[in-house]
Design a protein around this ligand. Structure first.
Ligand SMILES: Cc1cc2nc3c(=O)[nH]c(=O)nc-3n(C[C@H](O)[C@H](O)[C@H](O)COP(=O)(O)O)c2cc1C
Length: 182
């Protein structure tokens, strides 16, 4: 297995400014090794509502930008809250834009889940993402229940997870799988 720099694109299912899902992604970004870059996607909230009539030559520029980042990525990290036992609409909308395109198939993906609840959304996302032919790396699954806790407690739990090597450990595992698959 040869090493090379990795680019991971992180997708957050929450649009909240104080999102715990995003905070977990930020913590992973800061914990990643030097030869790995994590960029957190800021486009999801601005994507238009998916319409198959607007694919192909009529694809909006922002969707092309989003898809180009996905193409560039060696792997995706998804952190998504559960809304009414399901996937938040804005996040599903972002995925729908990618369904018929060729950037997604076989792309490795890890979940970073910021809640002790939300198993419905994990199951539903797994079904959707597998249907889109993503490769979910279950061994890299990270669950860090910070949702609903105060700012200070969230920060303390994230520091603890970093210091105990949990964040880096999951990233290392994800990187190993990506590199072993070429
Ligand atoms: C509209 C709405 C519906 C929700 N439904 C659920 C739910 O079905 N199950 C659950 O565990 N949490 C539910 N929650 C709680 C969120 O998952 C929780 O607040 C989570 O922290 C939000 O993620 P964020 O901090 O990244 O924004 C809901 C929150 C909202 C705003």
């Amino acid at each position: 297995m040869t090493s090379r720099p990795l680019f991971l694109y992180a997708l957050c299912g929450s649009q909240r400014q104080a999102s715990s899902s995003r905070r977990l992604l930020e913590a992973l970004r800061l914990a990643c090794p030097e030869d790995t870059t994590i960029e957190i996607c800021d486009l999801i909230g601005d994507l238009p509502i998916f319409n198959p009539d607007h694919e192909g030559e009529r694809t909006p520029a922002i969707v092309e930008t989003f898809a180009a980042k996905i193409r560039q990525a060696d792997g995706l990290i998804v952190s998504c809250p559960e809304y009414a036992h399901g996937v938040p609409g804005g996040f599903k909308n972002a995925l729908d834009w990618l369904v018929s395109r060729d950037e997604i198939p076989f792309k490795p993906l890890m979940f970073a889940h910021a809640s002790h609840r939300g198993d419905f959304v994990l199951d539903q996302l797994a079904e959707v993402l597998r249907t889109m032919s993503l490769r979910i790396v279950l061994e890299a699954f990270l669950r860090l229940p910070i949702a609903g806790k105060s700012d200070e407690t969230q920060a303390a739990l994230l520091v603890q997870a970093r210091d105990e090597g949990l964040l880096r450990g999951r990233l290392d595992h994800f990187a190993k799988v990506i590199l072993s698959e070429g």
